[in-house]
Design a protein around this ligand. Structure first.
Ligand code: NAD
Ligand code: G3P
Length: 293
């Protein structure tokens, strides 16, 4: 892999006061589980009206909140927030490979201003006001990518993988619509688009964790030698709890079999092969379930 360098206009610092003093907006890209404590450290240095753009994707285990909830609780609900998502591996962006993303904000003008700032010939930025949809997609796709990686690691083949990813998208859509997302968002860049990228992209940390689990490694051993996060690992458990809390109904494990199955495999309660092959045998149960719910 070729070496990457920061662009000449970008400088790095670990001093929040100097980084934030004159900021017209702030980009937040810290893993979700560490975001709240990180934000509490930087919050005193952030001016009251400065907008924040988050690139983090996932659900906080302790609160079951998305980044929109965490940011509002940590930095107040009187500033504007925006959320960048979509298929966007950092290395490819640094290499100036063509990338398309969406920036969502309840504040339409902020989304458009940020799209102008970040957009370029190689970085296409779409805008949206569907924060819920964009955040659900960015969170669920990492869990589906863990399952896709397991499928790959187990050598189950392209047919199984394609079926799995399609059904993963159906679970994402089901949850998104239940939580108030727009159908078009779930079918767009931050939903289906990022799911494809993460499930099939060799750079994905989530997919790679899944591959290692599929090949028989233990999650604890994988975590020990990773120096980055695979957000789907923590988000899988948070998603199951969120679904149980918000999506009332009968047999939620049949409504969301991939999400529930990934969580059980990560917890060591279900063997990866048994879980993945079991999913492929669930067709009739799902069809009869869908007919009545
Ligand atoms: N890397 C990508 O290609 C990519 C692309 C799109 C979105 N994201 C999302 O952006 C977020 C960050 O991803 P990343 O790849 O930059 O992660 P990362 O592991 O490289 O961490 C980013 C930074 O967060 C801070 N950080 C990490 N762990 C911390 C801790 N325990 N306490 C305090 N600070 C900590 C560090 O400053 C670190 O450099 C994730 O939610 C990820 O899903 C990543
Ligand atoms: O490396 P992953 O699996 O965290 O995925 C990174 C980005 O979210 C891809 O869009």
């Amino acid at each position: 892999m070729k070496d990457l360098h920061l662009p000449p206009k970008v400088t790095a610092t670990s001093d929040p006061a100097s980084a934030l003093a004159d900021a017209t907006f702030v980009v937040h890209a810290v893993p979700v589980q560490y975001s709240r404590s990180f934000l509490s450290l930087v919050s005193p240095h952030l001016k009251s009206g400065t907008p924040v753009l988050s690139a983090s994707k996932g659900i906080e285990v302790t609160s079951l909140g998305f980044m929109n909830d965490i940011l509002k609780e940590a930095l107040g609900d009187r500033r504007s927030y925006a959320f960048l998502s979509g298929p966007s591996f950092a290395r490819e962006i640094m290499e100036e490979q063509v990338t398309s993303v969406v920036i969502a904000s309840e504040d339409r003008q902020l989304a458009e201003d940020l799209a102008d700032v970040f957009g370029s010939d190689v970085f296409r930025v779409y805008t949206s006001q569907d924060v819920v949809g964009v955040e659900v997609g960015g969170s669920v796709k990492n869990v589906i990518a863990l399952a896709a990686g397991m499928c790959e690691g187990l050598g189950l083949g392209t047919n199984a993988m394609s079926g799995l990813v399609t059904r993963g998208c159906a679970e994402m859509r089901r949850l998104g619509l239940y939580l108030g997302a727009e159908p078009s968002t779930m079918a767009g860049l931050s939903g289906v688009g990022d799911t494809f990228g993460t499930c099939f992209g060799p750079l994905s940390r989530n997919r790679n964790v899944g591959i290692r689990i599929g090949k028989g490694e233990k999650l604890e051993d994988i975590k020990r030698d990773m120096n980055e996060v695979a957000e789907g690992v923590e988000t899988a458990g948070a998603l199951v709890e969120l679904i149980k809390m918000r999506n009332k109904g009968y047999r939620l494990d049949l409504k969301y079999p991939i999400i529930f199955g990934v969580k059980d495999i990560l917890d060591g309660d279900l063997d990866a092969r048994e879980g993945l092959e079991g999913l492929m045998r669930m067709k009739l149960r799902m069809e009869s379930y869908e007919a009545t719910h």
